[in-house]
Design a binder for this molecule. Structure first.
Ligand SMILES: [Zn+2]
Length: 230
């Protein structure tokens, strides 16, 4: 039995079951909802609210929640245990290209995304929260200039560098999302502490990814001569 009233399936059913006029309005506004969650965690269900033209970015965000989170070392995820335990059952993640204020993300005091702004029977007493993240600004952001560059130079060769930059982007997205979730769950926690936690998650996850990726690079190089001899 799932004790959580909000599941990806119930959110999907709710969105699909809304009156035709409301769904038509979503189409007119080119508003789309991608349902995701941090793998291995029953809550929160994350609804990535985005514009149709940003669907590729929305899928990259979903990938970070569904894959990169679990691949990050346990020690980097553990500081978020209490935050995730207290997180709302459903979190609307508004995906934006840019924030005019220049911030990478915000927690919202009120839920503004229209399908989730008013209480709905289907969600019962479930708590709903909302954050936003600005993915173009996140892409241009260098959280840890020195160590990012040090790892970057190790991936100078073509395709692996693209792969590295993609992973780096997704881990930055995850770090900003966890940062805003932290603010949402523990509003009084000082910024320095929230920031320290999210940067440390990013640093550890990126270093662990780089160590794994670089070890497979050398493995491929080591094996190629023997393959040639066959
Ligand atoms: Zn902050």
């Amino acid at each position: 039995m799932d004790e959580h009233t909000v599941t990806p399936a119930s959110v999907k059913a709710y969105l699909a079951g809304r009156p035709f006029a409301l769904r038509a309005l979503d189409v007119l506004r080119r508003r789309c909802y991608l349902i995701s969650r941090l793998v291995g965690r029953p809550a929160p269900v994350v609804v990535i609210a985005h514009r149709w033209s940003d669907r590729s970015a929305a899928h990259r965000v979903a990938h970070s929640l569904e894959h990169d989170w679990m691949e990050a070392p346990e020690s980097s995820r553990a500081p978020y245990d209490q935050i995730l335990l207290r997180a709302p059952d459903l979190v609307v993640l508004q995906l934006r290209r840019k924030n005019v204020c220049g911030c990478l993300g915000h927690r919202h005091i009120l839920v503004r995304e229209s399908p989730f702004a008013a209480p709905h029977e289907i969600f019962g007493p479930a708590a709903i929260g909302e954050v936003d993240i600005a993915f173009e600004q996140i892409d241009a952001w260098h959280p840890l200039p020195l160590s990012d560059t040090a790892i970057d130079v190790k991936f100078l060769s073509g395709s692996r560098q693209r792969e590295f930059h993609e992973r780096q982007f997704r881990l930055k997205v995850l770090s900003v999302f966890m940062h805003e979730l932290n603010h949402l769950v523990f509003p009084p926690e000082p910024e320095a502490s929230v920031l320290g936690r999210s940067l440390e998650f990013y640093r550890e996850a990126l270093e662990s990814y780089a160590a794994r990726a670089l070890s497979t690079v050398s493995l491929t190089l080591d094996r190629s001569p023997s393959r040639l001899r066959l």
